[in-house]
Design a protein around this ligand. Structure first.
Ligand SMILES: NC(=O)c1ccc[n+]([C@@H]2O[C@H](COP(=O)([O-])OP(=O)(O)OC[C@H]3O[C@@H](n4cnc5c(N)ncnc54)[C@H](O)[C@@H]3O)[C@@H](O)[C@H]2O)c1
Length: 339
């Protein structure tokens, strides 16, 4: 069987490719990725020369290229990870988010309609639900929680989800959607919360914490997310949405302190900075549906997963060293320089 993974040179997509090739010998994985600032071939180095892997550089918004690839490869599964994924960047430049996240999804769905696929899976996010108040720990996002987006990023993801659902209903496309909480693990781009804190701590640079640091996120190890997607592809019901999360809520400031403690660095590195515009207070997923229907459960505890993640960043300095010394520096100065 051939599967097409879009956005596979990024964080979760690359981890999914490694996971799939490991668990499904005999399958072929084709990765389509535009290689934006967030994607890198160095992430896929370990699989590039495998005969069961093919990398194609290209944009999911490119209709001709996408259709040609579908016709050539006839993928059984298509899993769409390709997206602009950083909320802060969506606030400073929303247009590319609408293009890649919404139009890109539309192009993929049209190709599915034209060529027919066994399953199209849309990798979405819990951010489509907006946020929850800090003083109501009894509330969680379920699949029926109304969409209530806070950033251009989450709005573009919610719009794409609606389009996927419309293709199921109107054209009978065999599609599913997952909405996962915050992921962490190896190969995450340095601008994201956990790698940002780890890399700054390793470099003895200040750790910028937005606002009061009390915002709550529900963290899931990336491999647990990959396993959830695998189960949805194999057993999920067509047209359904599955929330994915591990009931692992942490205040941002506590995650920062844990990272510092694990790395043996002082808390004096913490620097509170001006809050993100529209910053969501709390995300918390109710994963009851995927647990009950598909038997999914997270397998990695936060202490273990964070430990492996720190180990990965310690062992892979050249991977992130190249990134943080390049144009990323300018972005970093723009985001945090005057804050
Ligand atoms: N990171 C998280 O915590 C999280 C949580 C829930 C859902 N998600 C979703 O998972 C998916 C992957 O997230 P990530 O954190 O791995 O993102 P990422 O930014 O690390 O990677 C995105 C990848 O998509 C590629 N890409 C971007 N635009 C493209 C285009 N137009 N055509 C082809 N390739 C393109 C990039 O080059 C990059 O390799 C996204 O859809 C995101 O919304 C992420």
């Amino acid at each position: 069987m051939t599967i097409l993974v879009t956005g596979g040179a990024g964080f979760i997509g690359s981890n999914f490719i490694f996971y799939w090739l490991d668990k499904h010998p005999g399958d072929r994985v084709v990765c389509l990725d535009k290689l934006t600032y967030a994607g890198s071939l160095s992430t896929l180095k370990s699989v590039m020369d495998r005969p069961d892997f093919r990398f194609v550089k290209g944009d999911i918004c490119d209709k001709g290229l996408v259709l040609g690839l579908f016709r050539e490869e006839r993928p059984e599964y298509v899993i769409n990870f390709a997206a602009e994924s950083h909320v802060d960047r969506s606030i400073t430049g929303p247009e590319v988010f609408l293009q890649s996240n919404y139009i890109g999804t539309a192009v993929l769905l049209e190709a599915c309609r034209e060529c027919g696929v066994g399953r199209y899976h849309q990798v979405s996010t819990d951010e489509v639900y907006g946020d929850l108040p800090l003083d109501r720990p009894d509330l969680f996002f379920t699949e029926d929680t109304p969409l209530h987006t806070s950033s251009p990023y989450s709005a573009s993801k919610a719009a794409a989800d609606l389009l996927v659902q419309s293709y199921v209903r109107t054209y009978g496309i065999s599609a599913t959607i997952s909405r996962c909480s915050n992921n962490y693990g190896p190969c995450q781009f340095p601008e994201k919360f956990i790698p940002l804190m780890v890399i700054n701590a390793l470099n003895d640079e200040p750790l910028p914490v937005y606002g009061d640091g009390l915002n709550v996120r529900d963290w899931l190890f990336v491999e647990d997310h990959c396993r959830a997607i695998e189960l949805i592809l194999q057993k999920g019901r067509i047209g359904e949405i599955y929330n994915v999360g591990g009931h692992n809520e942490w205040r941002n400031i506590d995650v920062v302190k844990l990272i510092l403690a694990k790395l043996g660095k002082p808390e004096s590195l913490i620097r509170y900075v001006e809050d993100r515009k529209g910053h969501d207070r709390r995300y918390a997923i109710d994963p009851g549906k995927i647990c009950d229907e598909l038997g999914w459960l997270p397998e990695t505890g936060f202490e273990d997963g964070l430990g492996w993640t720190l180990r990965w960043y310690l062992d892979n300095r050249p991977w992130w060293g190249d990134i943080v010394s390049g144009e990323y520096r300018e972005y970093y100065e723009m985001m945090y320089g005057g804050r």
